[in-house]
Design a protein around this ligand. Structure first.
Ligand code: ADP
Length: 396
């Protein structure tokens, strides 16, 4: 024990000050030691508990340190020991390495942390990872790598559901627009022939000469047919869309169909237009529904006669591999190429002032597709149109 009895007051004060400093130093040392002990004891366990694989590497991607539990080590066929002192390039597949490398270069260039994604296959399943890289100093980078496959899958599902919802919304809006167009179109298309029928029926009652009566009866007849065709088209379209239209598919002798159509159109074609059935194979068969094939070709011939003021309309068919290719060619007003797709859609018309609902070709397309064929068109505005459609060929 030191003796302080003969010390002056100043000396004593100096000793007290020194003692205070020493105590302060010792107490600070003891806190540091506790914290170090804590880190030593729990440090790795804390790092292992993180959902990330932590890696420290230098700018050349040499791995210096790794903190990863077996669960977070996602490099197949490695353990922590083998990863340390290897190079990222050697333990990751080329594409994954290139993604990580790009992110490393960005961090080295900017001096700021950055996050990127890379993919790896583990046990045959594709996993998605997020690599967050931090600059530790001028020499080392810390990479925190996390499996985000579940989050990724959820994002993809959300994106898919959003796309489906968007598609459903667009479809609903489109069908709403079509419904309005349908009503606007229909009221006009129905009213015009109906007005003619009502008006000329009244005139018929008071007609004096037989000639007048015949003329009015003919107008009534023509407009009744227009109305009937219109209702038939609408009914067919709704049955086709509901999938309830029945088809009686069987081998059809094509020449028979064509001859029936020649007869049918003989009286309908104006004298300035010549309808010609080209030379065709009279023994050729296709598979289809007789009435529906007639309906498709009739529609194409009606359009051809409607849009050809004068000239020739040729029709016929040819064998094309496993199909029969029908054609109707006219020398009429033609269709601009950019309108070609429109006319196969419901109510698609090139000219709104021309009589018709714009349903005919939609029906043709749906009928042909149901019978296993397809329909298309080649046309030049002012020079004429060529409509083609196919049906499966039947070899007899
Ligand atoms: P619609 O039943 O009203 O005749 P379509 O669907 O058959 O309707 O035809 C749609 C539109 O396609 C017509 O309004 C016309 O503009 C155009 N079109 C069809 N065929 C021809 C053709 N041969 N020549 C020129 N335009 C045509």
């Amino acid at each position: 024990m030191r003796n302080y009895d003969n010390k002056t007051k100043e000396e004593l004060l100096e000793i007290i000050e020194q003692l205070e400093k020493k105590t302060e130093y010792l107490s600070s040392q003891s806190v540091c030691t506790d914290s170090e002990r804590f880190r030593e004891r729990y440090g790795m366990r804390i790092l292992d508990a993180l959902p990330d694989m932590l890696t420290v590497f230098d700018h050349d991607a040499n791995i210096i340190e790794l903190a990863s539990s077996a669960a977070t080590n996602h490099v197949e066929g490695t353990d922590s020991e083998s990863i340390i002192s290897s190079n990222v390039k050697d333990i990751l597949p080329k594409e994954a390495y290139e993604n990580v490398r790009r992110n490393m270069d960005k961090v080295i260039r900017t001096g700021k942390s950055s996050t990127a994604r890379h993919d790896l296959v583990q046990d045959g399943i594709l996993h998605h990872y997020e690599n967050r890289i931090f600059p530790l100093d001028d020499e080392y980078l810390l990479c925190m790598c996390r499996d985000i496959s579940k989050q990724w899958d959820a994002e993809q599902t959300n994106a898919r559901q959003k796309k489906e919802l968007d598609a459903a919304r667009i479809k609903a809006e489109e069908s709403d627009r079509l419904k309005s167009a349908f009503l606007a179109n229909m009221s006009h298309e129905i009213r015009t022939p109906l007005n003619a029928i009502v008006g000329f029926s009244k005139l018929l009652a008071s007609a004096e000469s037989a000639e007048e009566k015949n003329q009015y009866a003919e107008i009534i007849d023509r407009n009744s047919e227009i109305l009937l065709n219109l209702f038939n088209d609408i009914l067919d379209l709704s049955s086709l869309e509901a999938g309830s239209l029945k088809f009686n598919i069987r081998p059809i002798k094509l020449i028979d169909i064509c001859l029936q159509l020649v007869q049918q159109f003989h009286y309908k074609t104006q004298s300035s237009v010549k309808l010609i059935l080209d030379d065709v194979d009279t023994d050729m068969y296709a598979s289809g529904d007789w009435n529906r094939v007639i309906q498709v070709i009739s529609n194409l011939l009606s359009n051809a006669t409607k849009f050809t003021p004068k000239g020739e309309i040729h029709f016929g068919y040819l064998e094309k591999e496993d199909f029969v290719e029908f054609y109707v060619k006219d020398s009429g007003i033609g269709i601009a190429p950019e309108r070609a797709a429109t006319i196969f859609r419901r109510f698609g018309k090139v000219n709104d002032f021309i009589q018709g609902t714009g349903l005919g070709l939609t029906l043709c397309r749906m009928l042909v597709e149901k019978m296993g064929g397809r329909i298309w068109l080649r046309s030049q505005e002012g020079k004429g149109s060529r409509f083609y459609f196919t049906l499966p060929l039947v070899r007899v």
